[in-house]
Design a protein around this ligand. Structure first.
Ligand SMILES: *Cc1c(COP(=O)(O)O)cnc(C)c1O
Length: 390
């Protein structure tokens, strides 16, 4: 076995003893009212596109995220897609995203015919590097009657999507300044960061719009689901309208007055979500406890660093991560193989978008950080229950 695999395993073992069972990367936790609420949906017949759980879920989400509105959707990708539409993202525009993200961020942009314009990440937050973005815009941005354009392509820059990677908030203040200066809308991809805060402000509450995900592997799940967050009343109304087939309330008949989507969250999923939000505080507590145990376990390592939450943030530590030293990054596949073989289900960070065949050759900054992190990050088993009793 690789010597660093041995070292990593001996650290993990101090908190997650080998039992012969495997430790999944992230398991959902259903220890609350999930069954009760789901049974209620089935017993009453309210399983589908309307019902009180959807309303309650939206209300609770808005409370947790400190936004005026939350609109539940069928998944996080559709929430991003809808948020982009609301921000005016159209065919032949460009949307700024980090290259180091889950593919859904780039896909949601592409569905609308907008071009993902990729920016490098910061090693401190793992999210968009505001300084690189500022320097890049200085070089390429121009003005036009329709707003800021990329002078090199002539296309309008429609939005910026910062992603709070693994739950760690991006350095938002400089990004918000850039957005104001260039009049570009910020949509937070807060899919991974429910419960995290930046300078006391919840992730998802800082951009004009934000998208959450409640996929089975996220900190709170509805099976599959998502939500759009905003403080803008008009946008919230349009979000509800667009995600519910654009039904217009007319006397008697219902009519469609725009090309809408069937992107609403079913009541049965929202029922699970309501039960999950009741437990969010304990999920956060357990996950932060697990993170601090990992941090202690890896404290003595030389070439392996636990990724600590960025300055000024309170992270939900959705996925714990270690970073291996540049000098041993060629060992990463061997290390991952060893860890998985030992029952610790770990994985590397995503392949940066600019390296995928579908998104290569698009406008971008240099990618030195994304390319360095690509082969150095290992996500560790991070289920909330692992931080519960230890
Ligand atoms: C999970 C995730 C999404 C998409 O959410 P789905 O509910 O799976 O569609 C988008 N962006 C990021 C960063 C994610 O982790």
């Amino acid at each position: 076995m690789n010597q660093y695999s041995k070292e990593i395993i001996s650290c993990i073992e101090t908190l997650l003893p080998k039992t012969g069972e495997t430790y999944p990367l992230h398991e959902p936790c259903f220890e609350g009212n999930e069954k009760k609420y789901v049974c209620e949906c089935i017993d009453t017949g309210w399983v589908s596109s309307v019902g009180s759980y959807v309303d309650n879920f939206e209300k609770k989400l808005a409370e947790v995220c400190e936004t005026k509105y939350a609109i539940a959707t069928v998944n996080g990708t559709s929430a991003l897609n809808t948020a982009l539409i609301l921000a005016g993202t159209e065919q032949d525009t460009e949307t700024i995203i980090p290259s180091l993200t889950f593919v859904a961020t780039a896909n949601a942009v592409s569905y609308l015919g907008s071009i993902p314009h990729m920016v490098d990440s910061s090693p401190e937050t793992l999210g968009i590097d505001p300084e690189k973005l500022a320097n890049h815009l200085k070089k390429i941005a121009g003005t036009s009657p329709s707003g800021t354009i990329n002078r090199q392509t002539g296309r309008k820059i429609a939005a910026i999507i910062p992603v709070h990677v693994f739950g760690h908030p991006v350095d938002m203040d400089p990004l918000l300044e850039i957005a104001e200066q260039y009049e570009i809308t910020i949509i937070e991809d807060a899919a991974e960061s429910l419960g995290s805060t930046y300078k006391g402000r919840p992730a998802g509450s800082m951009g004009k719009l934000a998208a959450l995900s409640f996929n089975g592997n996220k900190i709170a799940t509805t099976g599959g689901g998502g939500a759009i967050l905003t403080n803008d009343k008009e946008m919230a109304e349009r979000a509800k309208h667009l995600t519910t087939t654009a039904k217009a309330p007319l006397e008697g008949a219902s009519r469609q007055n725009a090309m809408g989507y069937n992107h609403r969250m079913p009541n049965i999923n929202a029922a699970i979500g309501c039960a999950q939000l009741e437990q969010l505080d304990s999920f956060l507590k357990n996950k932060r406890n697990l993170a601090s145990l990992y941090e202690q376990a890896f404290a003595g390592c030389e070439k392996i660093n636990f990724f600590h939450e960025p300055q000024n943030t309170y992270s939900n530590y959705w996925l714990n991560a270690i970073t291996i030293d540049e000098s041993i990054k060629s060992d990463i596949n061997e290390i991952l193989g060893d860890l998985n073989g030992a029952g610790y289900l770990c994985r590397p960070i995503w392949k940066p978008m600019h390296k995928l065949s579908i998104y290569k050759d698009l406008p971008r900054t240099d990618m030195s950080v994304a390319e360095s992190l690509e082969n150095r990050i290992i996500n560790l088993p991070s289920s909330a229950k692992l931080g519960a009793h230890s």
